[in-house]
Design a protein around this ligand. Structure first.
Ligand SMILES: NC(=O)c1ccc[n+]([C@@H]2O[C@H](COP(=O)([O-])OP(=O)(O)OC[C@H]3O[C@@H](n4cnc5c(N)ncnc54)[C@H](O)[C@@H]3O)[C@@H](O)[C@H]2O)c1
Ligand SMILES: N[C@@H](CCC=O)C(=O)O
Length: 543
């Protein structure tokens, strides 16, 4: 059993403002300038005890979305042999890592949190800003605060799990041993959150597992910085193996291995469903039943009641839909507004969206920046074109795009008279907000639309001041969102405060940043010790 420890009380990392005149702003700007001027970073992988570039055929560039001609890094992709080496290296260190006392493992990740809070804060934020097109505020809440919070809170949650022990009866001592899974965990991470990229491999590792980690290409600069931090904090080589490569090539090897013990995925629904299917097809070939944990897409809603506060509603819509150009799984992408309120807020909503400054992340005056890459730009510009062409829709803000320097799509608001239109169903993952205006008397019917329009159930908000309406809406939409907000935007979950995840097509709802996630990476063993064993075979009723 893991040693009983008392870990530091976890508290959320305070968010720095980067306001003019602050020291953090100066430090960040210097780091941005340094990273921008530097030669492209050679992004390395970890293959057991070796940290080096991959040996696959493709050499890919990591470019700046807000200035796509600028190359920040190069990634020599991992080959099949590299992935095999990473898995073998992980399995080699697994027994030693699993038997290391929890307090020793925990100290590595607590140290990483402190490094990110201090000496590495500007570096990881700058890499996230330039590589993933985040503004200072968006990088700070992600690559600094949320990642630090995951590391600190997971240690506390793990301690909570380990302390969960069964009852005893006289003469018997029962114990629950929280073993890691047998084999390796395959962590696959998305481009949009450095915190998620860091959490998915470290959460299973904290619980004593060894990990193969495949980051997204566009996020690999910040992942590289995070591996530097883990190396500096004394994480033994082979525990977390970052394998930069084409997902499919890494999966060819990882999913075929009999030692696959789990998948920790965040990304799109289609990719997760494909992985699940492959695991199902191979199920007889694994040593155990791989744990499948996946958080995926969303079509997140804001439903407003006629009693809603109009100013709070507009603020939530603008921030919820357009922060980080809507590239959050939690972004507000559809809203349902009563006609009486729409006449009050429409002009202000449009004016605020049109006024948003969109540009290079190095200019801290910008509210948001480019979308992540050419693929996203093509998809989103196509959606904008389709909205212009559809007579049942009206583009009331934005509706333009420009690829000349960066992958820019203006914050766009579209109204539609058809509540079943694609704009209320499909996750576009960009700065496009669909608005459905309903008659005030139809609030009840609208709740049915909110629930049934899309296959997802990730996040959503209700805006109302009438308490009975809030209560009834919360009950009616109980299964429509895993994270439900009352009079707030549907984004910005904080570790330890709003454990995050959704159900239906949005994922397995294992709540990142909670003990419910960590428990998936443990395989409990129940141990009964009889202190003085019986020595007679018969029972009293036999006398
Ligand atoms: N629910 C959540 O908590 C959450 C959080 C962040 C992002 N997301 C979702 O992620 C998506 C955006 O991120 P994305 O564009 O990086 O997603 P994506 O599905 O395109 O990619 C995610 C990761 O999967 C990898 N991948 C793709 N095919 C693979 C395969 N066959 N085997 C192994 N890996 C493979 C990619 O290279 C990447 O590392 C959106 O749908 C968003 O809603 C969800
Ligand atoms: N944690 C984030 C969502 C992550 C998805 O991209 C939020 O709550 O906005």
């Amino acid at each position: 059993m893991d040693a009983k420890t008392s870990v530091p009380v976890a508290v959320n990392e305070p968010i720095k403002t980067y306001a003019p005149g602050t020291s953090e702003r100066e430090e960040l700007q210097a780091k941005l300038a340094e990273l921008y001027a530097a030669d492209p970073v050679e992004i390395t992988g970890t293959f057991g005890d070796e940290r080096r570039p991959g040996r696959g055929e493709d050499r890919l560039e990591v470019t700046m979305p807000s200035e796509h001609a600028h190359v920040l890094g190069v990634v020599q992709q991992a080959s099949h042999a590299d992935t095999e080496q990473a898995i073998a290296g992980a399995l080699r260190v697994a027994p030693e890592w699993a038997s290391m006392p929890f307090s020793e493992r925990a100290a590595i990740f607590l140290r990483a949190a402190e490094m990110l809070a201090g000496p590495y804060r500007a570096a990881i934020n700058a890499a996230t800003m330039l590589g993933q097109a985040k503004t200072a505020q968006q990088a700070e809440i992600d690559s600094a605060c949320e990642l630090i919070d995951f590391l600190r809170f997971n240690v506390a949650f793990a301690e909570q799990i380990y302390s969960e022990q069964p009852a005893n009866s006289p003469g018997v001592w029962n114990r629950m041993e929280y073993r890691p899974l047998e084999g390796f965990v395959y962590a696959i991470t998305p481009f949009n959150f450095t915190a998620i990229a860091g959490n998915l491999p470290t959460a299973p590792a904290l619980m004593g597992n060894v990990v193969l980690w495949k980051p997204a290409l566009a996020q690999s600069l910040a992942s590289h910085v995070f591996m530097d931090v883990l190396d500096k904090c004394g994480l033994p080589r082979g525990v977390i193996n970052m394998v930069p490569g084409h997902g499919r090539l890494v999966s060819d090897i990882a999913l075929a291995s009999p030692h696959l013990a789990g998948i920790h995925f965040t990304g799109s629904t289609g990719v997760f469903q494909g992985l699940w299917k492959q695991v199902g097809d191979n199920i007889a070939g694994y040593r155990g039943y791989p744990r499948l944990v996946g958080e995926t897409g969303g079509k997140d809603f804001v439903v407003a009641h006629p009693s809603a506060d109009p100013v709070a509603l507009v603020t939530a819509l603008v921030r919820g839909a357009f922060e980080y150009s809507g590239q959050k799984c939690s972004a507000a992408s559809r809203t349902y507004v009563p006609r009486s309120l729409w006449t009050v807020i429409k002009d202000d909503l449009v004016a605020q969206a049109e006024a948003l400054a969109v540009g290079d992340v190095r200019d801290l005056a910008n509210f948001t920046s480019a979308v992540i890459d050419e693929r996203a730009f093509r998809k989103l510009s196509g959606v904008v074109d389709a909205c212009h062409a559809d007579p049942s829709m009206e583009v009331i803000a934005g509706g333009t795009y420009d690829r000349s320097v960066g992958w820019y799509v203006r914050p766009t608001i579209v109204t539609s008279t058809d509540p079943n239109a694609d704009i209320f169903k499909t996750e576009y993952f960009g700065p496009i907000l669909g608005v459905y205006v309903y008659e005030d008397r139809d609030y009840d019917r609208v709740l049915d639309l909110v629930d049934a329009a899309s296959p997802y159930a990730l996040t959503g908000s209700v805006f109302a001041t009438d308490r009975r309406v809030i209560e009834q809406t919360s009950a009616r939409l109980r299964f429509t969102a895993g994270n439900f907000y009352i009079n707030d935007k549907p984004t910005g979950a904080v570790v330890g405060q709003q454990p995050f995840g959704g159900a239906r097509a949005s994922g397995t709802n294992d709540k990142a940043g909670s003990m419910w996630n960590l428990i998936r990476w443990a395989s409990p063993r129940a141990i009964k010790e009889t202190l003085v064993p019986p020595t007679a075979t018969g029972y009293p009723h036999m006398n």
